[in-house]
Write a protein of this length. Structure first.
Length: 319
């Protein structure tokens, strides 16, 4: 018999495999990133919405539809943010990015509106205190936890919120507990750590000479930091709750393993430090026409130079 989907809080997002459970959507994010990076590295960057849809948009749409069926809107949002970062590094036109982003926001709002519990979260985001014991309960308790921590917090392990008031505090609401126990100092240090990760990751992407590695590094950095940004904004009340976990901090075995694998790939790219050279079969996609520059147009150390011919004049032989 095959493994049946496991349900946690009503969502069949996990596959039980012997003594452990596996979250397939975490692996789907990394697999889709590899596909997008390889596709954009070998083909011209899309210039119109039609070029973006086929095939990258279609494959992403299929994955997002499967995620919404679980339901898991948060992971779908994370995938869209990740692909946006890859497109920016690939040199996609600003008009295309704005158009695609507007379309994605409209689709997310539609998916939230037509699902009752998502609609309740969206409406409670506008004023969670109107329904502090219902749809806005988590948001209200998270803000209370952040405010009660003060400057230095209540002390590590001294949280009252996680034991009695905030459900599932170890998952997507973990930042509220950090703010309560470690205060403003600890919360600021965590945000600064994500900022340092973003700086280092995008620096690796910009320094990398390999087209595939450049896009892969940018996608990994956007995936981690974009997910952290959405989670922090939701906990602090600046965005609706989406269920997105905080990378490397929230509880979750599959999320942690995939995150560590992604960081390992990023370190591998950084270890090359841009020393990889472009092969003749991989064109430079920063050029719009997608054609590689001919070898004869660049004069390097090993380039052949034209031979100089001496003008030898015939001298008449003396008689």
């Amino acid at each position: 018999m095959g493994a049946l989907p496991g349900r946690v809080t009503g969502a069949p997002r996990w596959l039980p495999l012997a003594p452990v459970t596996f979250h397939p959507s975490e692996l789907a994010k990394l697999a889709l990133l590899f596909f997008a990076a390889a596709y954009l590295a070998r083909r011209p960057v899309p210039a119109t919405l039609g070029e973006l849809v086929k095939p990258l948009g279609l494959i992403t749409g299929v994955v997002c539809v499967l995620l919404l069926a679980q339901p898991d809107l948060g992971t779908a949002i994370t995938i869209v943010i990740m692909l946006g970062g890859v497109l920016v590094v690939s040199g996609a036109p600003t008009r295309l990015l704005v158009t695609a982003g507007t379309l994605c926001v409209a689709l997310v709002l539609a998916a939230a509106w037509f699902e009752p519990y998502r609609r309740a979260r969206l409406l409670s985001f506008l004023n969670p205190w109107d329904d502090a014991q219902g749809a806005g309960y988590q948001s209200v308790q998270a803000m209370i936890g952040l405010g009660s921590g003060g400057i230095f917090g209540e002390g590590l392990g001294q949280s009252v919120l996680k034991n009695f008031y905030l459900p599932e505090a170890h998952t997507d609401m973990i930042f509220a507990i950090i703010g309560e126990e470690l205060g403003l100092v600890g919360a600021t240090a965590l945000i600064a750590a994500y900022g340092a990760f973003a700086y280092a990751g995008f620096r690796v992407a910009l320094r990398c000479r390999d087209p595939f590695g450049k896009r892969l590094a940018a996608g990994i950095t956007t995936l981690v930091c974009g997910q952290a940004l959405v989670n922090l904004a939701a906990v602090m009340g600046a965005a609706p709750l989406t269920g997105i976990t905080l990378p490397f901090v929230s509880y979750g075995g599959t999320s942690l393993v995939i995150g560590l694998v992604s960081v390992g790939i990023l370190l591998n790219i950084a270890g090359d430090d841009g020393r990889g050279t472009r092969s003749s079969s991989v064109p430079d996609r920063n050029r719009r026409n997608g054609r590689a520059r001919p070898a004869g147009t660049r004069r390097g150390r090993g380039a052949a130079r034209p031979r100089r011919t001496r003008d030898v004049r015939r001298v008449p032989r003396a008689v």
